[in-house]
Design a protein around this ligand. Structure first.
Ligand code: GSH
Length: 203
């Protein structure tokens, strides 16, 4: 299978980390949807990465769908409970972390527009979403090694990716302060080979 990804996309990083944790072989096709010569729209009509192309030609996107597909491959370790409310809870954590990413990417892109075109109201709104979500995750992480259950799962990985993205793109948000449980979770995740191997390039 082939993964279309840009090296700076946090959503693509999430999938690269899942593939590494499960030791699933794949071909990484580096393609930025922002470049004029991108081939991403040929496989994903939404023109976004990540997109996973199976050997059969079938394509899966977006990252939650790809994460669900990877779980069907029965590769160890399993990163989602097999079913029931436990699975819903992990997917809820994933959705919260993906939502932080959506808000962070939105704020970062808004902040890159020329000064006169930027909306400080829009950036503040995104920052509010991020701070509220981080406070909720801090509560859930407090007193626990992992967010959902006794082992690392998809939710923890997605939260780790979101925290890494905040460090990279929105350091002024200073998410570490007053969030010791999330800081400890990030330290546990960031030293894993799967996270180290997917650190985005500078720029
Ligand atoms: N919800 C999607 C988000 C994917 C996404 O927004 N990817 C960005 C890169 S970080 C992208 O490809 N943007 C190109 C565009 O919006 O045209 C997922 O989880 O995969």
């Amino acid at each position: 299978m082939k993964l279309l990804a840009s090296l700076t996309s946090p959503y693509a990083r999430k999938i690269r980390i899942l593939l590494a944790e499960k030791q699933l072989p794949f071909e990484l096709v580096v393609d930025s949807p922002w470049e004029a010569n991108t081939r991403v729209p040929e496989v994903n009509p939404l023109g976004k990465v990540p997109a996973l192309v199976l050997d059969s030609g079938e394509v899966f996107f977006d990252s939650p769908v790809i994460a669900g597909y990877l779980e069907t491959l029965d590769a160890h370790p399993s990163l989602l409970p097999p079913g029931g409310i436990e699975r819903v809870r992990v997917r809820q954590t994933e959705a919260l972390a993906d939502g932080i990413l959506d808000a962070a990417v939105g704020a970062y892109l808004e902040g890159r527009r020329p000064d006169a075109q930027q909306s400080s109201v829009s950036i503040a709104r995104q920052f509010d979403k991020i701070r509220r979500s981080l406070d909720e995750l801090e509560k859930r992480a407090s007193g626990h090694t992992w967010l959902d259950g006794d082992a690392m799962q998809l939710g923890d990985i997605t939260v780790g990716v979101a925290l890494g993205y905040l460090d990279l793109r929105l350091p002024q948000l200073d998410w570490h302060t007053d969030r010791p449980a999330l800081t400890a979770l990030a330290e546990r995740l960031f030293t894993r080979p799967s996270f180290v191997a997917t650190i985005p390039p500078a720029g």
